[in-house]
Ligand binder design. Structure first.
Ligand code: MSP
Length: 516
């Protein structure tokens, strides 16, 4: 039986009211890098993504498209699945909230909350935003230009009056505050924890969790006419995928509670307040962390369909290649901060770190080996201080990267790896193997061996972010063992391993003509 530690990472499930854009790709990419890293680091990983298919917003979009809701969901959900393939996401499951297993899980959670006395019947009258699928109090609203009421997100709200079941959220205030105080890593980054804390300290109202004025949702058990509020439905997906309500299911036992829910800052309140409140009330274990990342703007503007500036991830991949897209999104902006997308920044970053950086280093090294060492990794002589320093520093990078990955500091993890690529670049310039070719072939062999092994290790380390490019580099070095246990001396590159004529891995990108 496998003794590997488990790791469960989730993305938000995306509304199918709209086709995927760069924001959706971003969150899932971050989870993908984490999942791939943990697998290589010896964990048994479950990585979940999927689509959120119920609620008024989706019902209205289907109506607008003139097709039945489920048919509409099938179509849009398929686009998210296409995105997962195009982005090379390694998700273990793709959940849809219209699946039977999910209905079962949500109804079971509801029943459990009823049994615990946490749900009661009343009626709701107040403001609701369909775009946000959220309730707002009068005091949260502002006035738009035409005098209309707006949610803090800028979304329009409408007055709703209907019979509804309520969750006793107000009763959970103390338990939630205790959670934030005793487990400050429950919400990250820290600034977000403070936001959540002050929201909860401000007092919590009970939450309306069923709707009666439309029908596109999961029925409340034993109560005809009520469907569940889309957020209690959606959040439960994280449990459904583990096999809940069967608490003996192998994946429930192995993976629940989740290690981290990665979400955008827009939906932090649902994940850091409502979700733990439901779980605490149901007496179920809590996820270990909710990490909220920032939002991308496009050349300084909010990304929105109405502004016509939505960045299509499929188009980006076509223009620049998949791994450049993957690299840029996580390298450019500290994870947790907002970031501005610009093609100029994209091209500059990818050319500096990939084409001129790691790409050029491996191309030069492999060509020198191919030409001067009979197309095979040469036998090294004694290592000098510089040789050892380079290899040891690269080997030590894993521990540094591990620390960053455990705090979802993806940019810092990449920075640590690319700092070593830069060190290898300095090494090749100082050692000048092209000069040694004429003066000291034995030393040239050692230098090229050291570089080949440095590149092998760097390629192993970049697998979570650029799996295809890493594989191309490792193929060219005839390296088959690619786990993190192969870093350092254990996996040293084999003398005599074939090195064919190298193919460029990171093409130089053209600066778009209109880039400022
Ligand atoms: N269905 C809910 C989530 C339910 S999870 C139990 C939802 N869906 S959504 O389709 O609106 O996706 C929201 C998520 O998409 C954000 O939290 C974020 O992860 C991502 N992004 C959408 N636009 C974004 C940007 N412009 N920038 C970065 N990420 C953004 O909310």
């Amino acid at each position: 039986m496998s003794q590997r530690p488990s790791y469960y990472v989730t993305t938000p499930i995306y509304y199918v009211n709209d086709v995927p854009h760069i924001g959706h790709a971003y969150t899932t990419l971050a989870c993908d890098m984490l999942a791939r890293f943990k697998r290589l680091d010896g964990y048994d990983v479950m990585f979940l993504t999927g689509t959120d298919e119920h609620g008024q917003k989706v019902e209205k979009s289907a109506e607008k498209a003139g097709i039945p809701p489920l048919e509409f969901c099938d179509k849009v959900s398929a686009r998210f699945k296409d995105l997962a393939v195009a982005m090379n996401f390694s998700n273990d499951q793709f959940i849809r909230t219209t699946e039977d297993r999910h209905k079962l899980a949500v109804q079971a959670l509801w029943t459990r909350l009823v049994e615990k006395g946490m749900i009661y019947e009343d009626s709701y009258s107040g403001w609701y935003s369909v775009r946000d699928e959220a309730f707002y109090t009068e005091s949260e609203l502002s006035e738009g230009e035409g005098g209309e009421k707006l949610a803090p997100t800028g979304a329009p709200v409408e007055w709703v009056e209907e019979p509804s079941y309520f969750f006793r959220l107000s009763a959970m205030q103390d338990k939630l505050l205790e959670l934030y105080n005793t487990q400050p890593d429950f919400v990250m980054p820290k600034s977000r924890l403070n936001e959540v804390k002050s929201f909860v300290e401000g007092g919590l109202l009970d939450l309306s969790i069923s709707r009666t004025t439309f029908s596109w949702g999961i029925p409340v058990p034993n109560v005809p006419g009520h469907i569940m509020y889309v957020w209690i439905d959606a959040l439960t997906n994280y449990l459904t995928a583990t096999g809940y309500p069967n608490e003996d299911a192998p994946n429930y036992k192995k993976f629940w509670p989740a290690n981290v829910h990665i979400v955008g800052k827009d939906i932090l309140r649902f994940h850091a307040v409502y979700w733990p409140a439901f779980l605490l009330a149901a007496d179920l274990p809590l996820p270990k962390r909710v990490f909220a990342h920032g939002w991308w703007t496009n050349e300084g503007q909010k990304i929105s369909k109405s502004l016509g500036n939505v960045i299509d991830p499929f188009e980006l991949i076509d223009s620049y290649g998949l791994d450049a897209v993957r690299f840029f999104l996580l390298r450019e902006v500290p994870f947790g901060n907002d970031g501005d997308f610009s093609r100029r920044a994209f091209v500059l970053r990818c050319n500096a770190d990939l084409a001129k950086g790691l790409g050029n280093l491996s191309q030069r090294t492999l060509s020198l080996i191919h030409k001067n060492c009979d197309s095979a990794v040469p036998k090294p002589g004694e290592f000098t201080k510089e040789d050892k320093e380079l290899l040891n520093n690269i080997e030590a990078t894993l521990e540094i990267v591990r620390g960053h990955m455990d705090r979802q500091a993806f940019h810092a993890a990449l920075d640590a790896i690319f700092t070593q690529a830069a060190a290898a670049d300095v090494y090749i310039s100082r050692q000048e193997p092209w000069v040694l070719k004429k003066t000291d072939t034995e030393r040239m062999n050692t230098v090229l061996y050291v570089l080949a092994d440095a590149i092998r290790q760097l390629a192993i380390l970049i697998q979570p972010i650029m799996p295809d490019s890493a594989a191309k580099i490792l193929d060219q070095l005839s390296v088959t063992e690619r786990g993190f246990d192969q870093l350092g001396e254990t996996g040293r590159i084999t003398v005599g391993a074939p090195v064919p004529k190298p193919q460029g891995v990171f093409p130089r990108l053209e600066m778009p003509e209109d880039a400022s």
